[in-house]
Structures are given as C-alpha cells and as structure tokens.
Design a protein around this ligand. Structure first.
Ligand SMILES: [Zn+2]
Ligand SMILES: [Zn+2]
Length: 181
C-alpha cells in the first residue's frame, strides 16, 4: 500500500489523479492518509526544508511492513552538498526504505487552464513515481523518457512522461511481488 501524506492541502482532483496514476504505475493500492504538519524546526535558516531530516522527523502514519509513505510539501527542499555542490532537489527517498518526500516547489506553475493543470499533475505524478521507485530499489535510468531518469538531467523533456520504462517497471514489479510473499 502507498500512503500519501500531504503537508499542505492539495486540491482533491489533483490527489485523485495522483493516487490513480500511482496505482497504475506500481499495481499497488494507494490512498491519501490525510494532511499533517511539517515537523517543527524542519525549516532551515534559508527557508528551505532539509529533506533527510524531514523524512526522519515526519509525522508517522499508520502503516504495515512493506507499505510506502509519500510526503508531499510545497516547501523547497535542500540536500547535503556533494562533490559537485548541492544537487537540485525535487524529492528525496530512503533507498529501499519506507519513506519518500517530494516538493511541488520546482514544478511548473499549475496555472488555471486545463492544459497547464494537466502538465502540473503529470509532473507531480512523475516525481512521485520517481521517489517511490527509489524506495523499491530502482536506480536512476538512462532512458530520458523513464520516470527514473534524474529530474536534474539536461536530457529531460520540458514535459516529461510519467511512466516507467519496461526495465524499471519489471524491476519494481519483481520487488513488489517479493515483498508480498
Ligand atoms: Zn532520483
Ligand atoms: Zn527506466
């Protein structure tokens, strides 16, 4: 089961699109576990939220072993600096773990037209699939059309697809099947 926790209210139609898309992507039941507050002092001095700390301190939700919990925040996220500086952060996941977080702060503006809202929803779903994919042990994928292609990649389309490539999909299916038995 995938449990979505919103750290700010999300439009119910956006949520419905997201739960349906995640269910189709992983074949795993997906539900909204409700709204929660950002953990106190998760916010750093620069107004961004430390992604690793957020996952560590995030309000718990009732979950069973093998459940995944996806937090969604509008706050910009920060990550520790790597050898190439700080990587831009759309989201962060515990690799092979339970929790992931994505931020809407780097998404294109949602706007008010049907087209802009659809673009926004698809991008949100892509980042959700990407982050959850890491919790099922998926690595980054070279296929620029795959949801596991890095979000910071130069090769990413302006409106990237939200599906997994066959390789990543089959790998996640194997992992999910194993978890069920
Ligand atoms: Zn990634
Ligand atoms: Zn892939």
């Amino acid at each position: 089961m995938i449990r979505i926790v919103t750290l700010e209210r999300l439009d119910p139609t956006d949520l419905a699109f997201l739960t349906g898309t995640l269910y189709r992507a992983f074949g795993v039941g997906t539900e909204h576990a409700g709204d929660r507050h950002l953990p106190a002092d998760a916010e750093g001095k620069d107004g961004r939220v430390d992604a690793i700390r957020l996952l560590k301190d995030a309000p718990p939700v009732r979950s069973l072993p093998d459940d995944k919990v996806l937090y969604i925040t509008s706050a910009p996220l920060s990550l520790p600096k790597g050898p190439l500086g700080e990587p831009p952060c759309w989201g962060f996941a515990e690799f092979g773990g339970e929790r992931a977080v994505i931020s809407t702060s780097r998404l294109p503006a949602r706007g008010v037209t049907e087209a802009s809202i659809e673009t926004w929803r698809k991008r949100l779903a892509r980042e959700a699939i990407h982050a959850l994919g890491h919790t099922w042990d998926l690595h980054h994928c070279y296929d620029a059309r795959c949801a596991m292609h890095p979000s910071w990649s130069q090769g990413l389309a302006e409106r990237p697809e939200m599906e997994l490539c066959t390789f990543c999909r089959e790998k996640s299916e194997r992992k999910i099947r194993l978890a069920k038995t």
